[in-house]
Design a protein around this ligand. Structure first.
Ligand SMILES: [Cu+2]
Length: 161
């Protein structure tokens, strides 16, 4: 009996250490990913009127434009597309995306980056990213928004500097 309870205690200890070890591993992993990929915190950047956002204001003219050394994009995410449907930037320059939705919840997710922003109707989401690697990046919606959700794509083409 005494020997058996020692054995159980040993197993218990091993699993407690394993659990604590995994917490440490995850914290290190989170820290590493934040350093390696940069921290992107989407922020709220104001509100829009969903009834008029498509015809008035910045989002009525979805676009990407050069502002000084950077780019600024005004993007509509709606069922079932993004506007503009394609954007072009030069590698190494910071791009700030302002995204809103006139209908339902969507997301603004750039494959191959850590940008994954929720797009809430009536809210403007803002997130910035610098594309260091030239190439074509797919923009997708990962909030299920209806029957043609899977067709909801756009792309950003990063040209060499
Ligand atoms: Cu969507």
């Amino acid at each position: 009996m005494g020997e058996k309870s020692h054995l159980i205690e040993r197993y218990e200890k091993a699993w407690v250490f394993f659990g604590l070890g995994m917490i440490v591993v995850f914290l290190i992993l989170i820290g590493y990913l934040m350093v390696a990929h940069g921290q992107t915190n989407p922020v709220g950047a104001g509100r829009v009127d969903v009834a008029t956002v498509r015809t008035e204001g910045q989002f009525a003219n979805p676009r990407i434009e050069r502002v000084g050394n950077e780019y600024v994009a005004y993007i509509q995410a709606f069922a079932f597309s993004f506007l503009p449907a394609e954007m072009r930037v030069t590698a190494g320059r910071r791009v700030t995306f302002y995204v809103t939705s006139p209908d339902v919840m969507h997301s603004f997710t750039i494959v191959g980056t850590n940008i994954n922003m929720q797009v809430i109707p009536g809210e403007i989401g803002k997130v910035s990213h610098t594309f260091d690697e030239p190439g074509e990046y797919l923009i997708i919606c990962n909030e299920y928004c209806g029957i043609a959700h899977a067709n909801m794509i756009s792309r950003i083409i990063v040209e060499p500097n």
